[in-house]
Design a protein around this ligand. Structure first.
Ligand code: COS
Length: 393
């Protein structure tokens, strides 16, 4: 057992940490206040290779695997969950669906531009009636010659207003439903910044937090996709999308790890400085208990996230652990940000503090990329499967 990161991974962490401090941090407040994603920061991230961290070099990536990708997400999450979300949706589910489901031609066609940041990616699964119940999607893909025609809509799509390349799941055989009759496609929704024919970016969501990460609906009306853009096999797109989400959930655990670590750091600094009743509040046992609990949970999460990344990189089963990364990461981060807010007192309720922004940004991590209730079901399902029991029909 070796708990040391490789020299390459250590160098990557140093690179991302410097980038996050020097480029991401100064843009964070402005993005939160204006709800405008810091596009120049995303461009700079691309320029130093950060948009291709996990992918092999042959596709323009850095070849740093899931471990490298988790390092990226942890370090970005430490400074700004919004930027981590834009980059995470781009790499970890948008481009990842193309990498996992795409044949050599599609990988070579799309991944180099995505790794170089020439195009931004999104992952289009959710619909109005298909949130946790992903198999109830209605977006229809109808075969016409050597193309498919998409009709319908998606919603709550991270990077929807930015992306020009999307992995999208649509029903190709309604008789079979989405589980056996949905197909995954890679589509091009914008050309030179303008919406492609048949594509309309839908309603822009005004959210409680993550203001620097744009979210929108998508609308397709007679939108043509060449048949060669099918990811995986026709009718088996649901599996491609589920496998992609598994990988994405590990890195979301890493982003929440970074967020939790950051609020602990702020809480320690503030507690050491703040005086009440003639002494530092750090001398109060109630404060000590809070920071100790935060640190213990963060340390457990760190072990889980990087062990799971190791499972992914070593081609071992990881579905259960991925669900745990997402579940524990989001709940630990929420608890940490809540305790940090308590330690900050009224100041933590002020828009002038990062703790207040973290509080708003953190809430969604218990909901998106599969609610925590769905993660509990997935974990239980795997546990029972390990003892030979099937708990769902
Ligand atoms: N890896 C590989 N295959 C998977 C899989 C996974 N992680 N999860 C499901 N599948 C396969 C199943 O094996 C099954 O195939 P077979 O019929 O050949 O056995 C098929 O996909 C259907 O799976 P299942 O029966 O489990 O589908 P359900 O509709 O019951 O529900 C859940 C699946 C709840 C897991 C799914 O709807 C889900 O993940 N929901 C959350 C969606 C989500 O995360 N949304 C976030 C928005 S996108 S960022």
């Amino acid at each position: 057992m070796d708990f040391e990161f490789s020299r390459e991974h250590q160098a990557l962490r140093k690179l991302v940490r410097e980038f996050a401090e020097e480029e991401v941090r100064p843009a964070t407040r402005q993005a939160d206040r204006t709800s405008q994603p810091p596009l120049d920061v995303i461009k700079k991230a691309a320029a130093i290779g950060l948009l291709g961290v996990p992918f092999p070099r042959e596709y323009g990536g850095l070849g740093a695997g899931e471990t490298g990708y988790c390092i990226l997400m942890e370090e970005l999450g430490r400074v700004d969950t919004s930027v981590a979300t834009v980059i995470g949706a781009h790499i970890g589910i948008g481009a990842m669906a193309i990498y996992l489901g795409g044949n050599q031609h599609l990988r070579e066609k799309y991944l180099p531009d995505l790794c170089a940041g020439k195009k931004i990616a999104a992952f289009a699964l959710t619909e109005a009636q298909a949130g946790s119940d992903a198999a109830s999607i209605k977006l229809r893909a109808t075969r016409e010659g050597d193309s498919y025609i998409l009709d319908g809509s998606k919603m709550w799509i991270t990077n929807g207003p930015l992306a020009s390349v999307m992995a999208v799941l649509a029903v190709t055989d309604p008789a079979l439903g989405a589980r056996g009759g949905a197909t995954a496609f890679v589509i091009e929704t914008r050309h030179n910044g303008s919406p492609a024919e048949g594509f309309t970016p839908g309603k822009y969501e005004h959210k409680m937090g993550l203001h620097g990460s744009p979210t929108s609906a998508l609308s397709f009306d007679n939108f043509r996709v060449p048949q060669e853009n099918v990811l995986g096999q026709i009718g088996l797109g649901f599996v491609v999308f589920m496998q992609t989400l598994d990988v994405g959930r590990v890195s979301l655990g890493a982003a929440t790890l970074g967020g939790a670590q950051s609020v602990l750091h702020h809480a320690l600094e503030w507690a050491a400085m703040r005086e009440q009743f003639g002494k530092s509040i750090a001398q109060n046992q109630s404060i000590q208990f809070m920071v100790a609990d935060m640190a213990a949970e963060i340390e457990a999460l760190r072990s889980l996230v990087y062990r799971t990344a190791w499972l992914v990189d070593n081609h071992k089963p990881f579905i259960k652990e991925a669900g745990m990364c997402k579940l524990l990461g989001s709940e630990i981060a929420s608890r940490c940000v809540d305790r940090a807010g308590q330690i900050y007192g009224a100041l933590g309720y002020s828009r002038d503090t990062d703790v207040e922004r973290s509080y708003r940004d953190c809430r969604i991590t218990e909901i998106f990329e599969g609610t925590n209730e769905i993660q509990r079901i997935l974990i239980a399902e795997q546990l029972f499967r390990e003892v030979g029991v099937k708990i769902r029909p």
